[in-house]
Ligand binder design. Structure first.
Ligand SMILES: Cc1cc2nc3c(=O)[nH]c(=O)nc-3n(C[C@H](O)[C@H](O)[C@H](O)COP(=O)(O)O)c2cc1C
Length: 404
């Protein structure tokens, strides 16, 4: 086992199991790792900063502001420094904060700024561990791509016997090793993802658009970046600022407004992409003539002549090279599978992801989705209704499988 030159940012939280961490640091140092420690305030009730800094050979961080001169501990730099962040022991409280983005201490702020893998080792009383909120929060962390070291069964500090014990240092180090040596599924791949609606101008004030929010595409972009890919994210007008949700991930966001701009951006990046996922809801039609001036209210009825927009996905299918994987999305209201399969074939896709507006909680605006993935070889995979991040992971795994 060798962790030579691996940079480990170790987060310690206020669990009784924190007493094991000085020994873990000693072992990590013996393996050659470089260790920096962030303690929550409660962690310092269980272990002392001088012990941790002596063993790690680095200062111990616990506050955003380091001293009376107002010097700050840069949580972003700490996160970028790390090859992995290990939170051990992770209290139910810290797990809840991390799952819900409640960044009110240095450890959570650093973890939320990270683009490296995050390993979380929950440790708590058995009943706290099986409490539904804790289990839901752990499931959320998994859906973000974080790696969970399951606690062990045994005698707990409360005297209760059950699940909740922090594993011994050897086991934790084995997990770190596994995370740091497992090649990420999409390292070396460029993935082009489109998201959101397009806006097709009628006049300088009005446009034709749809209800797409871009949430599914954002989840996909993050998931592929977590798995090592370089992501090009071409999006239509969406309410989120992509750079604020992508943190330090390797994602280049390109903003477009209408189908023509999206087509240009996609065509530019398609050639150098290994995978292209068209999750954007591009308008099928646009006004034939865009009025330069605002159209005035006049007669009781008005006619708008529409013409077809460029079929971006069809063109990509035609220009697809060997080794490229092309994935489309279909949102249908009727004859869902039949229509999706027809789109898959017409546009020469490798897979189509079907959303149905008939499924409650799925599709536009929700944070959840339910999809059926239909592959070129006829394989079908239907997911239950779940968080869009979890759906993104399912889509990523299916794309990985079809590219093997
Ligand atoms: C003696 C003692 C032991 C504790 N052990 C744990 C524990 O093992 N796991 C846990 O989740 N909380 C434990 N707690 C409760 C946490 O310290 C408390 O929820 C705290 O707010 C955690 O803050 P932090 O997550 O910012 O470190 C313990 C509290 C005390 C007083």
């Amino acid at each position: 086992m060798n962790l030579s030159e691996k940079k480990i940012l170790l987060g310690i939280t206020g669990s009784i199991a924190a007493y094991k961490i000085p020994m873990l640091i000693r072992e990590l140092k013996k393996q050659g790792a470089d260790v920096k420690v962030i303690c929550t305030h409660d962690a310092l009730n269980f272990v002392t900063a001088p012990t941790l800094s002596t063993l790690s050979c680095n200062p111990v961080y616990s506050d955003f502001i380091k001293n009376v001169n107002g010097e700050w501990a840069n949580h972003v730099d700490l996160a970028l420094w790390a090859d992995t962040i290990l939170i051990a022991p992770a209290t139910a409280n810290t797990i809840a904060k991390l799952a819900n983005g409640q960044s009110d201490n240095l450890l959570i702020a650093a973890a939320m700024s990270a683009s490296c893998p995050i390993i979380v080792a929950p440790a708590m009383d058995h009943d706290m561990y099986i409490y539904p909120a804790t289990q839901n929060n752990i499931a959320k962390l998994k859906s973000y791509g974080h790696y969970i070291i399951n606690p062990e069964h045994g005698e707990l500090a409360s005297g209760i016997i059950g699940e909740g014990r922090l594993p011994e240092e050897r086991t934790i180090i084995n997990h770190i090793q596994q995370v740091l040596t497992t090649p990420k599924k999409f390292t070396g791949n460029t993935v082009l993802i489109t998201a959101g609606p397009t806006q097709e101008a009628i006049d300088p004030v009005r446009y034709i658009s749809n209800h797409s929010t871009g949430k599914m595409g954002i989840s996909l972009a993050k998931e592929f970046a977590f798995h090592g890919a370089k992501v090009i994210f071409v999006h239509g007008p969406i309410f989120m600022q992509p750079n604020s949700v992508f943190g330090g991930l390797d994602i280049e966001a390109i903003e477009t407004v209408d189908g023509e701009q999206m087509d240009k951006a996609v065509s530019k990046f398609f050639k150098s992409s290994d995978i292209c996922i068209m999750a954007a809801a591009v308008a099928d039609y646009k006004p034939n003539i865009v009025s330069i001036k605002k159209i005035k209210k006049g007669s009781d009825t008005a006619k708008l002549e529409l013409v077809k927009t460029t079929d971006i996905l069809y063109n990509l299918g035609k220009n697809k090279k060997k080794g490229q994987t092309l994935v489309g999305f279909a949102l249908e209201t009727d004859h869902e599978e039949k229509n999706a399969i027809s789109k898959l074939q017409k546009k020469d896709l490798d897979m189509i992801v079907l959303n149905s507006l008939n499924n409650k909680g799925a599709g536009f605006k929700y944070n959840t989705n339910q999809v059926t993935m239909i592959c070129k070889n006829g394989e079908k995979l239907k997911t239950p209704l779940k968080n869009k991040n979890e759906i993104a992971l399912d889509i990523l795994n299916q794309i990985y499988k079809i590219r093997l």
